[in-house]
Write a protein that binds this ligand. Sequence first.
Ligand code: XCC
Length: 676
Amino acid sequence: MAADEEKTKKAASVNPMEVTVDTATMKMLAKAQAEGIETIFDRAKTMKPCNIGVEGICCKNCSQGPCRLPLTKKIREGVEEDNRMGLCGATPETIAARNFARMVAAGSAAHSDHGRGVAEVFLAAARKETEDYTIKDTKKLLQIAPDFDVAITVQEGDEEVPRDIFDIAEEVGEKALGEWGKQNGEILYAKRAPQPRYELWKKLGVIPRGIDREIVEIMHRTHMGVDQDYENLVAQCTRAALADGWAGSMIATDLQDVMFGTPYPTHGQINLGVLEQDKVNIVVHGHEPLLSEMIVVAVQDPEMIEYAKSKGANGIVLAGMCCTANEILVRHGMPIAGNYLQQELAIITGALEAMVVDVQCVMENLTNVAACYHTKIITTNPKAKIASGDAIHIEFDEHHALEDAKRIVKTAIDNFQNRKSEVMIPSEKETMVVGFSYEAINYHLGGTFRGSFTPLNENIINGRIRGIAGVVGCNNARTIHDSSHLIVVKELLKNDVIVLTTGCNAMACGKAGLLTPEAAAVYCGPGLAEVCETVGIPPVLHMGSCVDNSRILMAATEVVKAGGLGNDISEVPVAGCAPEWMSEKAISIGQYFVASGVYTVFGVTLPVTGAPVFQNHLFNELEDIYGGMWDLIEDPYEMAAKMIAHIDKKRQALGIDKARERVLMDMADRQKLEAV
Ligand code: XCC
């Protein structure tokens, strides 16, 4: 037995029924246990998290520590004065704020570096340096060009004529890439926010300069002995987070749309049951769609399909995992094998020829699990290699992307004949309707002739829809897989709150059948059900991957623009949450939603609870500054209840609370009549 195999084959201990609500996951965990394979679910049981780290009050920013400042019961209850401090005198507030800021920096860096990679490939496509990528959605290009101050027409004699698309794209690409290194000024997309929001940011001095600059500045400020004022640190968190949401992520979304197409509603399938016993199975996992877009092309190549057949397979299945999955799903309807906590399980089916990973959310343990099967783990990004086990690295280069993709697909096909363990693919797979970019929402709710958010606003004003919730974020092995996601979403739907989703929440909803128009009749309150049934949309709208949370910002902005629901995002009856978050990116997302005016609730834990004064700043004082604030609620029912209470508070402030009462009475009357 190889060393890696040995490492993984430890006695497993969890009860599959207790750690997930997804039956496919239960079945695969049972298979893992029968085969003696340890997964993250087992380690979450045997390895307890550090209770000081969980509260955010361990400082390891210099070698005199780590200084750990546990919050005692007496301090918490106010019986004892809080005079905790590290060796240098750093207070719990400073320590927790610095740790929090570094999470924002890492999260913003991850999204934004993804965006940078996209911008680089976009520029190569615009300059026709690569044959594999091109400009697909010219309408979107023309729509975003003015935001970069790029002209879309040129003067020819007396006439103003449309400018060459590739010239426009090149200038947009250059300007976009310039957003990272800008030393002064403002990120260009800040002006996309509602005017009062932009003015507020300006007044507060939090509009990001360049993306890289704000992230670097967090790293500087949190170095030993620099910024020791938690409020000042939080202002810098805002700059770096806005640089993520309104620049790095938003540019990633937009340029991906221009290159690969803006998502419009399409069908897809989800869960481990999308893998097929008699076919070559390839899973693309991570976040960046640059390579996976090419793999989508490669697996459809007749030559590749013939090659698979020559090896005894009946074809090729390409499925996604995590946000790479969302990207190829919303644009091409490619199936999804599962969300974050299912990555090891795809290998445990015994039917996976290759897992092709790019960046973010890729567990190192994949190689240990793969060592027990025939699966090849293929890393593709120079920034993300795996030292454990036998990962192979096939580096992806945009200049010969399709060639790289074909090499990867061929490697998978060659591996088909090496299957060794018993193959067991769970039967679970659900159908879903996905691909609700804000452009698509505009179109669907507004109708063919008059794309607009007005009908959505009207239904919020008349009370059929109570409000809007963004439910996003990861899975977390410290909670029951998918459970909180589904409870929160179902509670919101029951109370007529329409849900916008991305990331692993979107996948949890997909697996549970919530992403179908038919779900409206089953899960929604009468008002929301009526709207969804009339328009023919699911009550939970899948908007894409984690970087596509920028689409939620734009949707909220469109709601403000459509009128009748206040002048700023903070006035709209909207709330956000991440019930099972785990990634640093989630913290950056949370901070940009808060700074954009949204009440944002996180589940599980939040590393601020050991510093009550800092926590109070985030949870309460930020509301006075931004109109949005953080919250931490572990119980998903309570989480939904508080989001609904916030939505109702906003409805009341807008003076539309009575309308809802009337609409509900109408409905009750109608139902009574129908019953008669
Ligand atoms: Fe990763 Fe984006 Fe989190 Fe899922 S949700 S665990 S970050 S894949 Ni964004």
